[in-house]
Every structure is written in structure tokens, then in C-alpha cells.
Design a protein. Structure first.
Length: 367
């Protein structure tokens, strides 16, 4: 049994005490914050998101706020996705790259006003990056981390719960669109979004002192739909083909290698960071691509701390970047980041902790 040693370097979520009361059994560290990863038995948590509604503490998805006359200009400089038509109240999935076209984050952009944007970030410090670029370019913008902490409700019954909390207007929200509102006086942004393919909403709490209060309001309102605690679910996200920045990427990965090329608009201005490198990569073609693999074996074979080598005809051609037991397919599945010479249908071997395991490459998603 391992414990958590409190430190000022490790930020508690506004929902931390609520998750402890729910019986959380494991955490990971994400953006210097504890994120729950389990509440005991993973299978009921999985079926809850597939068939019902699950409540997640995802406060670790920190916001980087851009505020000022040049906020929109900085947002565009930071991402190779064209943001020129992004409207107030609209969100967009936006890859971020360094000057070599290497993926450094894949946040959701929320445009709250013409001079105010949030990047809801994956696990890397984009605050420092954005601040440095703003200063280097001499832009009139303040970069900060506001007091904003998302709580997610995910699953096919999430919309019914959201309607009971906020009213029928939430039905009209398109995917990634959002609206500022209050729930029993608690300020928040409500967005139709979330890190699953089962549908749902994220409640961006804008007062961290009211985290437990919000958690309990949602928990009580969700009882008719048998709501329960959960977390971004490894089994569901692998089945659904959702990329995890930092889990499925390394320090050489570009968007084209992990199925994110459709979010790169090559016609954006030359001052967008990484765009010239991305144009070259697009013209030459990526050297690796992301494929699924269905592994042999009748029992779950958990993934460890490191990528696992993948061999084709005895030669290492890439790596297994994640794996999980699929409760619907009843087999171990995972993602590979692999040479473009490897194709769907190829038989490969993966060097797992238990030994070499055969598998068959396939397109993503699995389901």
C-alpha cells in the first residue's frame, strides 16, 4: 500500500475531499494535481460509462487563460488549426506543436470573448510556453491560470442528468460548444465535451472553494440514473481510439503520426509555431503511423510504465504505447506507434513483461 505525501508542489483538486468520501482507491499525477484513476473494481466503472452516467474529477485539466487585445492572435500563433471562424461560445480541439512540428499538447480551446480564451490542457506546462511566446512576440495579452476546475459527467444518460440540472437549453449545445451559467449560485461554464466517445458534459467550476458542494449537487441529482464516481476510463478510451498526449506520443511525435493531421490547416500564416515544419512533414509523408493491435491471450495483461517493442518479421518496427482489456471484445487491445511499412492485417509480436505475444494490426477505433 502506497500513500500520498502532501506537498505544496502537488495541488489538491477542489473535488479531492469528495472523491475520498466516495472511496477513491488510486490516483495519478497530471499537471501537478492528483487525478483519481479508480474506485475499486474497474469493470462496474466501465459499464457505468457505457450504459449509464459516470461522474469524474478532471480538475487536473487546467486552464491557460489568454486575456487582452491580442489574445486571439496568440491563440492562433500557438496552434496550426485555423481559428479565424471560431465564435464566442465555441470550443475546438487544437493540437499544439513546437517549432519542429512536434506535438507538445492537444488542448480544447474555448473562446469566451474576443479578448478572452481558455486552453483546457493535457499534461504539460503550456502556461510557461504561452507566456514565453507572448513576451517574445510583444503581444498585448496576459497569460494566467484562472480558478477553473472541470467536473465531467459522461455516458449515454449524461444529457438527461444535465437537463435536470440546467434545463432544456443544454440539449441545443453542439459538440464543444459551451455556455456560462450558474447552478445554485455556483459559477461555471457548461460544455458538451469530455474524454470519452459515450457523450457527456464538462462543468468548468469557476470557484474552487465550492468543489465539494458542486460534486454533491451533481451526485444527488444523478441518483435517478444510478450515477457513480469514475474517471477517464482506459478501457473505453482505447476501444474508442482516443489519443492520450504523453501516453501515446513521444518527443518526436508529430500530429500526422497519431491521426491528428485533420486538425492541421497548412494555409495558416507563416508565424504560426511549427507550421513550416508541418508543411514539410506533410509533403514528405510521416515515417510512423498509429495502428491498433488485437493481442492474443484470454486474460487481462496490464500495461506497465514503459512502451513495449513491436516486431514484424523479427525486426523492431515500433512500440505498443498502451493496452487494455476490452470488456466488449473480450481481448487485450492497444495502440501502436509503428513504421509506415507495417499495415493493418499484419501479424506482429510484442515484447510484454510476460514474454512475446502475437497480435494483429488493425485500423482505429476498435469500436
Amino acid at each position: 500500500m502506497h500513500g500520498i505525501f502532501p506537498s505544496a508542489r502537488l495541488k489538491p483538486s477542489p473535488y479531492y475531499q469528495a472523491t475520498v468520501a466516495e472511496g477513491v482507491t488510486s490516483f495519478t499525477v497530471y499537471n501537478n494535481m492528483l487525478m483519481p484513476t479508480g474506485y475499486g473494481d474497474p469493470e462496474p466503472e466501465y459499464w457505468r460509462i457505457i450504459n449509464g452516467v459516470s461522474q469524474w474529477d478532471v480538475a487536473c485539466e487546467r486552464q491557460v487563460q489568454l486575456l487582452g487585445p491580442d489574445a486571439g492572435k496568440l491563440a492562433q500563433i500557438l496552434s496550426p488549426r485555423d481559428l479565424s471562424k471560431c465564435q464566442v461560445g465555441q470550443g475546438k480541439y487544437v493540437p499544439m506543436c513546437d517549432h519542429d512540428g512536434v506535438l507538445i499538447n492537444d488542448p480544447i480551446l474555448l473562446k469566451l470573448d474576443d479578448d478572452r480564451y481558455w486552453f483546457s490542457i493535457a499534461d504539460s506546462n503550456i502556461w510557461f510556453w504561452a507566456s514565453a511566446i507572448a513576451a517574445e512576440r510583444g503581444l498585448r495579452v496576459q497569460v494566467s491560470e484562472p480558478d477553473v476546475s472541470p467536473l465531467a459527467i459522461q455516458g449515454p444518460k449524461a444529457e438527461a442528468l444535465a437537463v435536470s440540472l440546467f434545463g432544456d437549453w443544454v440539449r441545443d449545445l453542439k459538440y464543444f460548444w459551451f455556455r456560462e451559467t450558474r447552478l445554485q449560485g455556483i459559477p461555471m461554464v457548461v460544455a458538451r465535451s469530455g474524454w470519452s466517445k459515450q457523450g457527456g458534459f464538462e462543468l468548468y467550476l469557476m470557484d474552487g472553494s465550492r468543489g465539494t458542494e458542486l460534486w454533491n449537487i451533481v451526485r444527488e441529482a444523478g441518483r435517478p440514473w444510478d450515477i457513480g464516481p469514475g474517471n477517464p476510463n482506459l478501457h473505453e478510451r482505447v476501444e474508442s481510439g482516443l489519443v492520450s498526449y504523453g501516453g501515446d506520443t513521444d518527443r518526436q511525435t508529430n500530429p500526422y503520426e497519431v491521426r491528428l493531421g485533420k486538425y492541421v490547416d497548412l494555409q495558416v500564416a507563416d508565424d504560426v509555431i511549427g507550421i513550416q515544419a508541418l508543411r514539410r512533414i506533410h509533403a514528405e509523408g510521416p515515417k510512423r503511423h498509429q495502428l491498433g493491435v488485437k493481442l492474443e491471450g484470454e486474460r487481462p495483461d496490464p500495461f506497465g510504465f514503459s512502451w513495449e517493442p513491436v516486431f514484424l518479421d523479427g525486426r523492431k518496427v515500433g512500440d505498443l504505447t498502451n493496452s487494455a482489456w476490452s470488456y466488449r471484445l473480450r481481448q487485450n487491445i492497444g495502440f501502436t506507434l509503428i513504421s509506415v511499412e507495417a499495415r493493418p492485417g499484419d501479424t506482429v509480436e510484442v515484447q510484454r513483461a510476460s514474454g512475446r505475444v502475437r497480435g494483429t494490426l488493425c485500423e482505429l477505433p476498435f469500436i
